[in-house]
Every structure is written in structure tokens, then in C-alpha cells.
Design a protein around this ligand. Structure first.
Ligand code: ARG
Length: 505
């Protein structure tokens, strides 16, 4: 069949495309798989639908997820004082802003989707880009998914056991259940997944507003006793501060989200930097206010020991409406998990289309047009992480890996200033900014290792480099394992999926 309803494909076409290395751009994602099929007069490209408002929403909606409802306790524990944790919350916001401004230069210079993947291709060539897609498919995206679903489980269960610790196994089972539902939604239809996303984003904003309004009310009521002596008991160890940053930065993760969809932004050289400059400070302000709100109803000690701060907050403040809090947090986390799996499917799909991952992962369901194999693959890894990990350990593991690549993107920017000096750069960031972000990311990577060398960091680093073992034979020399084709055909029939390349190329 030729007209299967696939809307858009590779992003090449009319784009000015970085080094031209990835003409078959990585933006051909699951969310473009519906709509009128490509015709000869209408070359295959992504539609530019994201304006300033949706740009800001994409950033804010991804950033606000589980972190602000879960991380405050961990951050306080690692810093020892509310003053220091506040400083870290704000520094994380600033760091995200500086990082995102640097990404704005990269994203307006190379307007193909796929963020780091595209920039690494331009600056360093295929092997580092491969390592990025390798690590993000196998580690980054699944661990994001696992952390958010665990937070979902925590809040969903906490709602029924008020203010005491829920049994871990129950939390994990609920997390897995949520993951299965989200997998089903995303395999069922792209439209269903995006609708879920919109409804749930709205609900999450309600949760944020409730907490802020409650805090303001309490503040005027004179509940400021916990805000005195903010720096008492501060811990100044290098590693503690770095891991406290990990906890805080998790809540801000997603600041580079718009860079994954640059091909769909209207007038990206204007709207990408603007969305960043509006979106990230907005989130930073919300987080500052929410932190203060929490402290108007509980002491730092209570905050540190509480498993789900927002539930405690609701119980103390909302009376008969207390159920509103855990409900809105479960909704917020469910929405984040849905968006994260959605993006993960897209990334997996793109990288395997480049020949960087197993072919089967780029196949799409023959009737539903959803990238089911990639989604199932991600969910299996994420499920294992839910079973064997805890929120805190997964956050450290995730942040360590993520900041290696964020730092790498800064190097890419700096390198390209010298190797591609004449490239048009519609938005040019002062060079000092990526340099500062690079130095901080080096600190964030080295700090925890020096302070407390746990074996997980070594695993993560080895794992990333281990990707080369696969790159050389399977990508560089394009070696095919003899029985693999049989496996692919079997899975194809089992899952009812087919390759899409003939539609796109
Ligand atoms: N910041 C979000 C949270 O607090 C997590 C975002 C995960 N990252 C992503 N790119 N989806 O839950």
C-alpha cells in the first residue's frame, strides 16, 4: 500500500540543515504519523505549528512534573538547611536558563529536530551522536519514565494511607500499572496520547496554583516561624552539594524540550529563544513560591521526613478538600510520564531509522500508526528500573548521564564557533554562558564521584562508552547478524508492525 495516511517524514526538504549530516532528520516522529499522506507536490516535511504560546507550554509542561512534589525533601536532606536548599533551587533555575540559552543558539543554527543528536552530528560526527541515541534510548528516557511513574505510585498510594509510609511493593506495583496504561494509550493512538497530554497539563497547573495560593494565605496568617534562621545546619560538602543539584535539576529537567521539535516551530529563530526566556523563569518563580508555601505549614524537619510533601500540605491546609492534592499530583505525574514515553518513542524511532538502533524499533503499527515496538522496548527497560531502583538512586543515575550530554552540547557549541565561524547564527549567546555551563557540568559529573565514588557512576560511564562495541560492527561496518532477520520478521507479525521508510524516502 502506498497511501497509508502517514503525514510527514524526514525533515530535510526546505530546511537549512546544519552540517547536512542528517538530511533524513530525526524529527520524523510518531506524532506526525497522522494526517493526509505526502503527495508529489507537497514534499515531505514537518508542519510548523508551534507558536510562542505553545512553545512556552511545551517547556513549562515538560519541566513541571514530579520533581517539585517529590524533591524538596531530598534536597533539604542533602543541604541540611532551608536557606541552602533555596539557594540550590534558584541556582538550578539559573543553570537551566543558561543551558537553554546556549541550546537556543544551537537550535536556531541547526533547525533540524532531535537536539543533542543533531548537534553532535554537526560538531563531532556520527560516533558521539550514536552514543547519545544509545544512552538516551537505553538509559535516559527509561529512567525518566521510571522516576515519574514511581512518583505517581507514591502519591496514588499515599492518598490512602495518610501521613505514614506506604509499603514499597505496593508503590512499585502501582507504578508498573500506570506504566502499562500509558503504554497502552500510546500504542492505541497518537491522538489519544496528545489529548491525554493536554488535559493533564492543565490539571498540573491547577495543582501548582493551589499550593501557591495556600502558601500565600498561610503567610498572611502569620505562619512564618519556619522561615527564620534559614542557614542553620547547612552542610557544605562538595559531593552533597552536587547531588543536591541533581535532585533540584531533576525538577527542572525538560528545559531543552523545545529543541527536540525545532522543525515544528514557527519562525524558530525568534520563537525558540523567546519561549525559553519566558518559560524557564516562570517555572523558577513557581518553584520558589511552592517551596515557601510548603514551609508555611510544616517545619523543615517534617519536610525532610515526609514521603510526599504535597500530600502533607493538602492534609494540613485543605480540610475536607485534602484529596485534591494527591489527585492533582497523580494527574501531573501521569501526564509527564505520558509525554516522556511519547518523546521516547519518537527518539527511538528516529535513531533506528538512521540505522543507529535495531530496525524493528523504527517500525510502526500497520493500522494505528504508532511506533509500538519502540514504546514497548522502552517500557520493558523502564519497568525493570521501577522494580530494582528507588527514586533517589534513579535521579542520581539519570542526572549524571544527562549532564554528560548537556556538557557535550556546550562543547559542541564552543567547537562550532571555531570550526564553522561563518554559519548563520540568528541567535548568538555570549560565549561566556556555554563556558560557565560547561564548567558547572564538569563539576556536576566529577563532584559526586570524588565525594562518594559509588559503582553506579562507573557503570553509567562504562555503559555509554560500551556503545562503541556496537557502533563499530553494526553501524560503521553495517554487519548483519544472520538470524536477526528471522527475529525481526517474527516480531513484525506478532506486533503487526511494518517499516515506514518507503513512505518517507
Ligand atoms: N522535570 C520533570 C519532573 O520534575 C521531569 C522531566 C523529564 N524530562 C523529560 N524530558 N521528559 O518530573
Amino acid at each position: 500500500s502506498t497511501n497509508t495516511g502517514f503525514g510527514t517524514g524526514g525533515g530535510g526538504g526546505d530546511q537549512r540543515n546544519g552540517g547536512g549530516a542528517q538530511e533524513k532528520a530525526c524529527g520524523a516522529g510518531p506524532d506526525q504519523l497522522e494526517g493526509p499522506g505526502p503527495t508529489e507536490n507537497d514534499p515531505i516535511h514537518l508542519k510548523r505549528r508551534v507558536g510562542l504560546v505553545s512553545g512556552v507550554a511545551l517547556i513549562v509542561g515538560t519541566m513541571i512534573g514530579s520533581g517539585i512534589f517529590v524533591s524538596p525533601s531530598g534536597l533539604l536532606e542533602r543541604t541540611g538547611s532551608i536557606g541552602m536548599s533555596f539557594v540550590i533551587w534558584m541556582s538550578c533555575g539559573l543553570l537551566s536558563l543558561l543551558g537553554a540559552l546556549s541550546y537556543a543558539e544551537l537550535g536556531t543554527m541547526n533547525t533540524s529536530s532531535g537536539a543533542e543528536y543533531a548537534y553532535f552530528m554537526d560538531a563531532f560526527g556520527a560516533p558521539p551522536a550514536f552514543l547519545f541515541s544509545w544512552a538516551s534510548t537505553l538509559v535516559l528516557k527509561p529512567s525518566q519514565m521510571a522516576i515519574i511513574c514511581l512518583s505517581f505510585g507514591k502519591y496514588a498510594v499515599e492518598a490512602f494511607v495518610t501521613e505514614c509510609e506506604p509499603p514499597e511493593i505496593v508503590v512499585k506495583m502501582v507504578a508498573l500499572l500506570a506504566m502499562i496504561v500509558i503504554l497502552y494509550v500510546n500504542c492505541y493512538s497518537v491522538n489519544l496520547a496528545t489529548s491525554v497530554q493536554n488535559v493533564f497539563t492543565a490539571a498540573k497547573l491547577v495543582a501548582v496554583l493551589i499550593v501557591i495560593a495556600g502558601g500565600v494565605y498561610k503567610m498572611f496568617d502569620g505562619n512564618t516561624q519556619h522561615l527564620k534562621h534559614p542557614f542553620a545546619n547547612t552542610q557544605y560538602s562538595v559531593g552533597n552539594i552536587a547531588t543536591a543539584f541533581y535532585t533540584g535539576l531533576w525538577a527542572y529537567d525538560g528545559w531543552n524540550n523545545l529543541n527536540y521539535v525545532t522543525e515544528e516551530i514557527k519562525n524558530p529563530s525568534r520563537n525558540l529563544p523567546r519561549s525559553i526566556i519566558i518559560g524557564i523563569p516562570l517555572v523558577t518563580i513557581c518553584y520558589a513560591l511552592i517551596n515557601v508555601s510548603y514551609l508555611t505549614v510544616m517545619s523543615p524537619m517534617e519536610m525532610m521526613t515526609s514521603e510526599a510533601v504535597a500530600v502533607v500540605f493538602g492534609n494540613r491546609l485543605l480540610g475536607v478538600m485534602a484529596w485534591l492534592m494527591p489527585l492533582s499530583v497523580t494527574i501531573s505525574t501521569f501526564g509527564s510520564a505520558n509525554g516522556t514515553l511519547f518523546a521516547a518513542g519518537r527518539l527511538c524511532f528516529a535513531a533506528s531509522r538512521e540505522g543507529h538502533l535495531l530496525d524493528i524499533l523504527s517500525y510502526v503499527h500497520v493500522r494505528r500508526y504508532t511506533p509500538a515496538p519502540g514504546l514497548i522496548f522502552h517500557s520493558i527497560i523502564a519497568g525493570a528500573m521501577v522494580l530494582y531502583g528507588t527514586i533517589d538512586s534513579l535521579i542520581d543515575f539519570f542526572s549524571f548521564t544527562a549532564w554528560i550530554f548537556y556538557g557535550g552540547a556546550m562543547v559542541a557549541l564552543i567547537v562550532m564557533r571555531y570550526t564553522k565561524p561563518t554559519y548563520p547564527r540568528p541567535y548568538k549567546v555570549p560565549l561566556i554562558i556555554p563556558c560557565v555551563v560547561l564548567l558547572i557540568s564538569i563539576y556536576l559529573i566529577i563532584g559526586p564521584i570524588v565525594d562518594k565514588p559509588t559503582i553506579e557512576y562507573l557503570y553509567a560511564a562504562l555503559f555509554i562508552l560500551g556503545g562503541m562495541i556496537f557502533y563499530v560492527p553494526f553501524v560503521h561496518y553495517n554487519y548483519r547478524i544472520p538470524f536477526m532477520d528471522g527475529v525481526t520478521v517474527f516480531l513484525q507479525m506478532l506486533l503487526e508492525v511494518a517499516p515506514t521508510t518507503n513512505m518517507f524516502d
